[in-house]
Design a protein around this ligand. Structure first.
Ligand code: S3P
Length: 442
């Protein structure tokens, strides 16, 4: 295997200034691909994220028989049609389905395949092959799905679905939208009402989107249900900008003197905007305004300006799911803020594309910032104005969100920062990350 290369990230030189749009939301893009593949007829999708993760979902549904005709648009997004397999079901694929780095593809696919009598081996790259899967296979097995090896915690796993799925009521041990979605997708074909309850709120894109495909869902704060069997028809889906991509530009604006940035056409779903609430509680000059909707997703503008004198804050455990993918970049903001920031109950970070908890602590330590964990809580003691050591090289640990976070440090500062593994990971969720920063300094 080729050695992991480092990319030198040079300071932007100027403040970030102006309006920008970010690529389509990753979670919604995956769902649009998978739900359209399950539906009868041809769905139309606009504004889809074109990234390696979403391409893993596209490849998967094509191998299972969906007909995909998406085209690259001038703005970099994918738009076009997906003709689903509908009531006929997916075809037996010729070989394994490789989900690359995408946990969302692998986990949601398990729910997609649950009602069908085909045998599918699901595989992933080295990072995905370390991530926990039993959280998904356990409830699906209760519904009647077979997995081989039965007790496997990690990929590769072979799934054989079941034509007579049992509806279940499931109390999930964790707040996970991927788990919730897998169970609900299986529930669409089960006989009766499938209900899942979570300990705290996770993102609700599935509950918002399924009715567009003709599946009635009921959702409370901590529960979601579907009643099956329910047919799925095609839908027209417009995908709003990804708040998790916007978070990098907005956090950079808060940290780089003189900056003022507006991100337009971005999802303002409250299950995703926990990072904004956190920036606000740190004293940052941020604001959001709803301008419309895309399907049932609220859409609008988020703005952020440079703010001197940021201070630490405490993020309660029940809010973590609303900012789970933003903990790395928020930890970097916390490193620049006065006092201690505490992220409560971030155990889930250990099971992401890398062990993000350990990586954050080690990398901030390299920068001379004190960060530690006590139990499942992450503490960062900020040092406003800290000096980035000369010639520093920070490791992305094969993780796109860490790569972009460490790159941010180079972009907003006055010294180059080398990021090991930047080029090989950034394409997972935000291929135009550096270009979008350049657009804001022109
Ligand atoms: C996602 C849910 C979250 C998130 C991931 C995408 C989704 O994971 O971290 O990047 O699209 O449902 P969990 O479901 O594991 O919390």
């Amino acid at each position: 295997m080729a050695a992991t290369e480092s990319r030198v990230i040079n300071p932007l030189g100027r403040p970030l200034d102006g309006c920008i749009t970010v690529p389509g939301d990753k979670s919604i893009s995956h769902r649009a691909v998978l739900f359209s593949a399950m539906a009868e007829g041809t769905s139309r999708i606009m504004g889809m994220l074109d990234s390696e993760d979403v391409r893993a979902s596209i490849d998967a549904v094509q191998k299972l028989g969906a007909k995909v005709s998406l085209e690259k648009q001038p703005d970099g997004s994918l738009s076009g049609g997906i003709e689903g397999w509908g009531a006929a079901g997916p075809k037996q694929p010729d070989g394994p389905i490789y989900c690359a780095n995408s946990g969302t593809t692998a986990r949601l696919l398990m729910g997609v395949l649950a009602p069908w009598d085909i045998e599918v081996r699901i595989e992933g790259d080295a990072s995905l092959s370390r991530r926990p899967m039993r959280r998904i296979t356990a409830p699906l097995m209760m519904m009647g799905v077979d997995f081989e090896p039965a007790g496997a915690e990690t990929l590769p796993i072979t799934e054989r679905g079941c034509k007579n799925l049992k509806a279940i009521t499931y109390e999930s041990p964790m707040a996970s939208a991927q788990l919730k979605t897998a169970v609900l997708l299986a529930g669409i074909c089960a006989n009766g009402t499938t209900t899942i309850t979570e300990p705290s709120v996770s993102r609700n894109h599935t509950e918002l989107m399924l009715p567009e495909y003709g599946v009635k869902t009921t959702a409370g704060e901590l529960t979601a249900s579907v009643t099956g069997p329910s047919a799925m028809h095609s839908a027209e889906i417009r995908i709003p900008g990804d708040p998790s991509a916007a978070a990098y530009l907005l956090c950079a604006a808060c940290l780089k003197p003189g900056s003022a940035v507006q991100v337009e056409n971005v999802s303002l779903n409250t299950a995703r905007t926990g990072f904004l609430m956190t920036l606000e509680r740190m004293g940052a000059d941020v604001a959001m305004r709803t301008t419309g909707s895309a399907g049932k997703e609220p859409v609008g503008i988020i703005s952020a300006c440079y703010t001197a004198g940021l201070h630490g804050c405490e993020i309660p455990g029940y809010k973590i799911a609303s900012l789970v993918d933003e903990v790395p970049v928020l930890s970097l903001v916390a490193a620049h803020a006065r006092g201690i920031t505490v992220f409560r109950n971030v155990a889930e970070l250990r099971a992401k594309e890398s062990d993000r908890l350990q990586a954050i602590i080690e990398t901030l330590d390299q920068l001379g910032i004190d960060a530690w964990n006590e139990g499942d809580d992450l503490y960062v003691e900020g040092q406003p104005g800290f000096e980035v050591p000369d010639g520093i090289e920070l490791d992305a640990h094969g993780d796109h969100r860490l790569a972009m976070t460490w790159a941010l440090l180079g972009l907003i500062g006055d010294k180059p920062v080398k990021v090991k593994g930047f080029d090989e990971t950034v394409g997972v969720s935000y291929p135009d990350f550096l270009k979008d920063f350049e657009r804001l300094v022109k």
